[in-house]
Design a binder for this molecule. Structure first.
Ligand code: AHG
Ligand code: MN
Ligand code: MN
Length: 345
């Protein structure tokens, strides 16, 4: 038996494994519409650079004493980790330069950061998702979404420039700091994944046009909270476990971005429902739920709050929370039906 298998991993269903060395920059340039100015392309490249810096620091977290709490509390009243603060600083610094971005909304900042003389793009982000997992050396990620200011917008920025439904996104994606670092993004033209080659320092195209597989493999809910869920969500998970339902395995990392990524590759649904005492769940609409829902739809899946398409929800607060069910379209639709049935009976 060979000790070393040189074959690359099989591509997810629908995607093409790419053998040539295509950098993220080359790919972005090749895919951008003829009329594009290249500003969005450069902006995604800025985010890729932020991802490289954050990956570098997460890999050395134990060595550089970046583990543990920062001693500060974020706008949601949650304890900030040192890496939350570092990742937020890096994202802010990379996005603030270059004149492409006029405002940045971050999980870690109470108000939007306004960039004087910035461009037309507004970026929303969770600089480090799953940060409670950092100290245990488990995958974390950066989630981002990009809006463009309305064509007729001029003058001072206003709430309407960032309190926007996910259907207005012009790009979204994440960088996953896992066994390797991967950037997955969409600009409305499919979902593409790039792996950071640490030797070369470049994100190289791994899969383009990713789609959820026909047959899902996983469901990802925190079962410990099941006594606190609404009836419909409970019935859905019970249905998943019936002997006559196609069998799924339960996997839950506790980093939404990593749970989403695994389910994108292998098929499945991730859920963070409302709970007694947490009526809107835990995840944030603008910079967690909406970007993941955008990617899901681009890969043939769906994102829902249990009743509505996540991309249609109009936020009225920067840090608004929402229940999230995202992934395989048939499973999310089935969950919506069971939530609906439970409310009429
Ligand atoms: P963040 O680290 O950005 O605050 O997000 C953590 C979120 C999300 O990534 C994950 O799905 C969820 O918290 C896990 O929460 P539970 O431990 O309650 O399951
Ligand atoms: Mn998060
Ligand atoms: Mn976070």
């Amino acid at each position: 038996m060979a000790l070393f298998d040189p074959d690359p991993p099989a591509p997810p269903v629908g995607a093409r494994a790419v053998a040539e060395l295509v950098t993220i920059e080359t790919f972005l340039l090749a895919r951008q519409p003829a009329e594009a100015t290249g500003v969005l392309t450069s902006l995604l490249d800025d985010i890729a650079l932020a991802g490289k810096l954050i990956a570098n620091r997460t890999r050395r977290a134990g060595l550089t004493e970046m583990l543990g709490a920062s001693g500060e509390i974020n706008p949601q009243g949650e304890e900030q980790k040192q890496l939350d603060v570092y990742a937020d600083d890096v994202m802010t610094a990379m996005l603030a330069r270059g004149g492409r971005v006029c405002a940045i909304v971050s999980e870690e900042r109470p108000e939007p950061t306004i960039i004087a003389d910035g461009g037309r793009y507004v970026v929303v982000h969770d600089p480090l998702d799953g940060s409670s997992n950092i100290d245990s050396n488990v995958s974390v990620g950066t989630i981002f979404g990009v809006f463009e200011r309305d064509g007729d917008a001029s003058g001072d920025l206003q709430d309407r420039d960032w309190l926007r439904p996910g259907r207005d996104l012009v790009a979204a994606g994440y960088i996953l700091y896992g066994t390797s670092t991967m950037m997955v993004y969409s600009t409305g033209d499919g979902v593409h994944a790039f792996t950071l080659d640490p030797e070369v320092g470049e994100f190289l195209l791994t899969w383009d046009d990713m789609r959820f597989p026909e047959t899902p493999a996983y469901y990802s809910f925190n079962h410990a909270s099941s006594p606190l869920w609404d009836l419909g969500v409970g019935s859905f998970v019970q249905w998943l476990n019936r002997p006559d339902t196609p069998r799924l395995s339960q996997r839950y990392i506790g980093s939404a971005v990593a749970d989403f990524h695994r389910n994108l590759l292998h098929g499945g649904i991730f859920g963070y429902p409302a709970e007694t005492g947490l009526p809107a769940g835990k995840l944030r609409l603008l910079y967690e739920a909406a970007p993941l829902a955008y990617l899901a739809e681009q890969a043939g899946g769906l994102g829902s709050d249990g009743r509505r398409r996540l991309l249609d929800i109009e936020p009225d607060d920067l840090h608004q929370r929402t229940p999230v069910f995202v992934g395989d379209r048939a499973l999310v639709t089935r969950l919506q039906e069971m939530v609906e049935q439970s409310s009429v009976t």
